[in-house]
Design a binder for this molecule. Structure first.
Ligand code: URP
Ligand code: ZN
Ligand code: ZN
Length: 461
């Protein structure tokens, strides 16, 4: 099967140039000028990309599909999550396997595989969370890597549930180093967060207004700095997920200046939304509750600057959506019970173009780099994924810089009953999406069918 994407402008992390892209079966076969007249393109299905950009399929390395969390499950599973991702130009997802304290890594991986069986319509892999430490965890870490999962996740918050202490963190860093993996970190001081939240609760301060106050930027900066120092001692690279503020990003920048391999991921919500939303009337602020919380405009500016100058490596979403009705409402009387998280998987690539590239905050190549190329490189998927090159998977997005729309829960593909970006205007949107050579989104419609996504087995980094 052959497809010719004709007349577009190819954008990679390195270049921007006019070229046709010929896809043969699942891979990119030829990139060149005027391929339509060449015998190679005989019989190919044509996609007209005139006036459009051709970019690699987005890679979102931070999503939670059907996650059991805070007394409920995140509402998007791999079926609705895949459709939402693809409709927004993302073709690869990385979900998190999160064992309960006391549970094994391999048993939990089996649970995750069963839960998601037959559902992913995107290509996908997992990060494995370490939520407690024992000889069993020590012994299972290399077995996880043998199964092609080379990135791990630790939480410095969610005390009593997911949080590791410094000894457990350090042991994880040392062990993952031995097997050629990478540790990713939710960096917020969970003891501080827990104590602050308890103090607010004791004073009857239980509305969403207090959610961000319980985890101030200093608590994020402290944790980021601490784990970066532990990683330096362990001689292990480290990846800080969902960086929200200047305090945490500053720790990453300082580490990189010292020559340490430290990466920062941020998310669209921390670039575009701020903490004034927690003060919306009634219980509306609950819609925006996630951890770490939304911050101030000055933090948004620091993150945009980090995106522009390269100190922010990737943009994920932390897509962990819940319905307002019946789920966010669980915390109506107490902000500590509001399930943490919301949507982003469908909006990420389009938002970063509309609010990053279009106003000139970042270049188109940088957009591709943070949404696809760097995620692929850091997590061992490159060059199969994350770029446009001969031999790479034909995960491609024909992106129309002139297509515009308003984001709305009425039209999004998430199962959530609201969208945190409701009413924002997209100026530039994914138009046609291919996953391994197959057209899965076209004419504003998902057309990829059910399932069909492949598990991506990765090699030690
Ligand atoms: O609020 C969030 N971020 N929910 C998902 C779990 C996590 O901490 O990433
Ligand atoms: Zn987190
Ligand atoms: Zn997360």
């Amino acid at each position: 099967m052959r497809t010719l994407i004709r007349g577009g402008e190819v954008v990679t992390a390195a270049d921007r140039y006019a070229a046709d892209v010929l896809v043969e079966d699942e891979r990119i076969a030829v990139i060149g000028r005027d391929l339509g007249s060449s015998s190679l393109a005989q019989g190919a299905e044509l996609i007209d990309a005139a006036g459009k950009l051709v970019i690699p399929g987005g890679i979102d390395v931070h999503v939670h599909m059907e996650l059991p969390f805070m007394g409920t499950h995140s509402i998007d599973d791999f079926e609705s999550g895949s459709v939402a991702a693809i409709c927004g130009g993302t073709t690869t997802l990385v979900d998190f396997v999160i064992p309960k304290r006391g549970d094994g890594l391999l048993d939990t991986l089996e649970t995750w595989n069963q839960r998601h069986h037959g559902k992913p319509a995107v290509d996908y892999t997992y990060h494995m969370a370490v939520t407690w430490w024992s000889q069993q965890i020590h012994d299972e870490i290399p077995k996880v890597v043998e199964r092609g999962i080379t990135s791990f996740k630790v939480f410095m918050a969610y005390k009593g549930v997911l949080q590791l202490d410094d000894d457990e963190l350090f042991q994880t860093l040392l062990r993952v180093r031995e097997v050629g993996g990478l540790v990713t970190v939710h960096a917020v001081n969970g003891d501080v967060q827990n104590r602050m939240a308890e103090r607010f609760a004791a004073a009857g301060q239980l509305t969403p207004h207090y959610h961000p106050l319980a985890q101030p930027p200093e608590a994020e900066g402290e944790a980021a700095g601490r784990v970066i120092d532990l990683a330096a001692i362990a001689k292990q690279p480290v990846y800080i997920v969902h960086t929200t503020c200047a305090e945490a990003l500053g720790r990453v920048i300082a580490a990189r200046r010292r020559g340490q391999e430290a990466y920062s991921e941020t998310c669209p919500q921390y670039l575009l939304l701020d903490d004034s939303l927690y003060d919306l009337p009634g219980f509306e602020g609950a819609k925006y509750v996630l951890s770490p919380p939304l911050r101030k405009p000055a933090d948004q500016a620091a993150l945009w600057q980090g995106l522009a100058d390269g100190s922010v490596a990737t943009v994920g979403t932390d897509h962990c959506s819940f319905k307002f009705a019946g789920q966010k409402e669980m915390g109506r009387e107490d902000f500590r019970k509001i399930p943490n998280g919301f949507n982003g998987i469908e909006e990420r690539v389009n938002l970063l173009y509309s609010f990053g590239v279009r106003p000139g905050r970042i270049s188109a190549s940088r957009w591709v780099e943070v949404c696809a190329t760097n995620p692929a490189k850091i997590f061992g998927l490159y060059p199969r994924k994350g770029t446009i090159a001969v031999g790479s998977d034909a995960d491609l997005v024909v992106f129309d810089p002139h297509r515009h729309d308003l984001i709305s829960a009425r039209t999004h593909h998430s199962r959530s009953d609201y969208n945190v970006y409701e009413g924002l205007k997209l100026e530039g949107m994914a138009d046609t999406v291919l996953l391994r050579g197959r057209i899965v989104y076209q004419g504003g419609q998902y057309c990829g069918g059910k399932g069909g996504g492949q598990f991506l087995k990765r090699s030690p980094l």
